[in-house]
Design a protein around this ligand. Structure first.
Ligand SMILES: *[C@@H]1O[C@H](CO)[C@@H](O)[C@H](O)[C@H]1NC(C)=O
Ligand SMILES: *[C@@H]1O[C@H](CO)[C@@H](O)[C@H](O)[C@H]1NC(C)=O
Length: 352
């Protein structure tokens, strides 16, 4: 009797230890920085036209709600959160519908139309990357007040930090506005941005982050908006932009190798969306898509944001047949494929 009692106590203790180790080795929260690829609605709460909190955005989201995500449904970080065993969506920090108890598990500081470069955020008056980091510092204070110093510190060091940013620096700023292209060659501008990315990671590390995924940029010459302008190239992908994306990603990758050597205890990985999206665009039928050259929303050639809403009577009926939702952003289905790829090939080690 007594012997059995000791055995069962012993087994309980073992079970408890297994449970605790399992929980501790996993990611307790996901913290996101970036642009429209990962904004869940922060821009709804700042004065900018870079918004998507109206129909037909979000028509395949839970409740058909237009949250401010630039998609018909969820975005890649939502799917990643779910795959990591956390919530199915990551809320926007500025959204008053959520509080610190939700943000303690996942939060995004991202702002559509922003970039690494302060001048990119200025184009449409959105939240620059440095300001996203300021919000993150405030978040840390709130987290400590909410869960106590020691538990908050553990969440901060065990959380997975993700960035997805950089496309706008080239397409919205460098190749569109007059300033930066007079100041820098494309290669010099890439170096300038990588320098900002490097400082950003160092600051985040200084604030306690250890598990960080830095996102690369997609084959941005293949976005419908860019193809629409490529009349001379029979509306194919703009090779010049894809080349810059590849170059930039390579520089980011080299910087990541350096920082992994330089910063003790950091686990910095590169989440490269280029090749997975490229393969979807090249062989859409393999993934069940029918259209890649135009977005689902409106004519699919140039509309996003308010323009997408205004002419939405042309919008396609089944977004799952389209790689792109509007002229600049993937559909929920594409986001899901990219997220699953990242979880499997890059982020799995954080969830082991
Ligand atoms: C956060 O909001 C939920 C309801 O959405 C509420 O139950 C909870 O008490 C709030 N937590 C804090 C810390 O304010
Ligand atoms: C961007 O602006 C912030 C705030 O003014 C400043 O601290 C930072 O140095 C700027 N970044 C660059 C790369 O100029």
């Amino acid at each position: 009797m007594e012997y059995n009692y000791i055995i069962s106590c012993f087994l309980l203790v073992i079970q408890f230890l297994v449970l605790v180790t399992k929980i501790e080795s996993k990611v307790p929260a996901i913290v996101v920085f970036g642009d429209s690829s990962v904004d869940a609605g922060n821009n709804n709460f700042i004065p900018t036209i870079a918004r998507s909190n109206f129909k037909p955005y979000g028509r395949d989201f839970a409740g058909g709600r237009a949250t401010g995500r630039f998609s018909n449904g969820r975005i890649a970080t939502d799917f990643i959160s779910q795959a990591m065993g956390l919530k199915p969506t990551i809320p926007a920090y500025l959204d008053p519908a959520y509080n610190i108890s939700a943000f303690a598990i996942g939060v995004t500081f991202a702002s559509a139309a922003t970039g690494y470069d302060n001048a990119t955020a200025d184009v449409l008056s959105v939240i620059p990357l440095w300001k996203q980091l300021e919000y993150y510092k405030e978040y840390q204070k709130r987290l400590k007040a909410y869960m106590g110093e020691s538990k908050a510190s553990r969440t901060i060091s065990e959380a997975l930090y993700m960035t997805s940013i950089g496309t706008n620096d080239f397409l919205e700023n460098y190749y569109t506005m007059p300033g930066r292209s007079r100041q820098y060659t494309p290669g010099e501008y890439e170096n300038f941005l990588v320098g900002i990315a490097k400082n950003f990671v160092k600051e985040l590390y200084g604030l306690g982050a250890r598990k960080i995924s830095l996102g690369g940029i997609p084959p941005m010459g293949c976005m419908p908006l860019e193809r629409t302008t490529n009349m001379a190239g029979s509306y194919d992908c703009v090779e010049k932009y894809n080349k810059v994306a590849l170059e930039f990603n390579n520089k980011l990758k080299n910087m990541i190798v350096e920082l992994n050597k330089e910063l003790p205890g950091i686990k910095l990985v590169f989440s490269d969306p280029y090749f997975v999206l490229q393969s979807i665009i090249k062989r859409p039928s393999l993934y069940g898509f029918q259209v890649t050259g135009a977005g689902c929303c409106a004519t699919g050639m140039y509309e996003m944001g308010y323009a997408c809403a205004r002419t939405s009577m042309f919008t396609c009926t089944d977004a799952n047949k389209y790689v792109f939702w509007d002229a600049f952003h993937p559909t929920e289905k594409t986001n899901h494929i990219i997220a699953a790829y990242m979880v499997k090939h890059v982020l799995a080690e954080f969830n082991a």
